[in-house]
Write a protein that binds this ligand. Sequence first.
Ligand code: CO8
Length: 260
Amino acid sequence: SNNKILVELDESSGVATMKFKSPPVNSLSLDFLTEFCISLEKLENNRACRGVIFTSAIPKIFSSGLDITEMCGKSTEHYAEFWRAVQEMWLRLYGCNMVTIAAVNGSSPAGGCLIALSCDYRIMVDNPKFNIGLNEAQLGIVAPFWFKDTFVNVVGQRIAERSLQLGALHPAPEALKLGLVDELVPEEKLQEKAAAVMAQWLALPDHARQITKSMMRKTVLDRLISHREEDIQHFISFTSKESIQKSLRMYMEMLRKKKS
Ligand code: CO8
């Protein structure tokens, strides 16, 4: 399975692009997450690569977040494997030594938002129809502590507290005001802007920047690393509850109905 993410490396600039292309909505399935980790690790091990831009090949959607079908009616073994893959994606991305920029060219709820939050810099298309946020509460589920930590590190305690409790999805202009994204650009300028910001970050010596990044993120990374198995067990018991299964099924039903 290596066709859900298009990876391109420009050897002259040292900048790679990882473009999500998993129709219809770039949901983070087990296959997607596995491919994400392998692709990122390959780039990390490639000395020619110093920065990665994350974007979507699907119009209007960056990523719809975790694949809800992976959390519905599956075995505990499956939940464990899936959750380990979600953790792995975050640990790799949040702890990534390379410069990471999210070029958010569509809606980005929940797990999609987490990917953006885990980057060093976020640029979003200036379109009020594109939403971003950790909307877990709206699904009747709870964002894990490390989603919350990542969010707090970007927007601060107060904004995170309000936004998380409400399960808010913020239209791009509001996301900018909250500091959830760093800047907005017209869609046709997104790639150019991401490349310009990347060049600015890459102008610094890698070593000093990497140590600084690690200093800023280590506490939050270590919190998951030291509680990883507990976090998996927690996910399994939470997800296995009949009330949670019911909430997830109702939410999927709501998505289906909204169409017709
Ligand atoms: N997982 C699985 N399938 C999905 C998902 C998803 N996250 N999102 C959409 N789909 C499916 C839809 O059901 C639909 O399927 P079908 O064609 O069979 O009816 C298809 O994708 C297309 O979806 P839409 O028709 O809704 O497409 P739109 O272009 O109208 O809208 C959106 C795209 C905005 C992305 C919309 O689909 C949406 O809002 N999706 C839900 C996003 C969401 O709420 N994600 C949260 C996932 S939970 C998460 O990431 C963190 C969980 C943390 C775990 C907590 C511990 C338990």
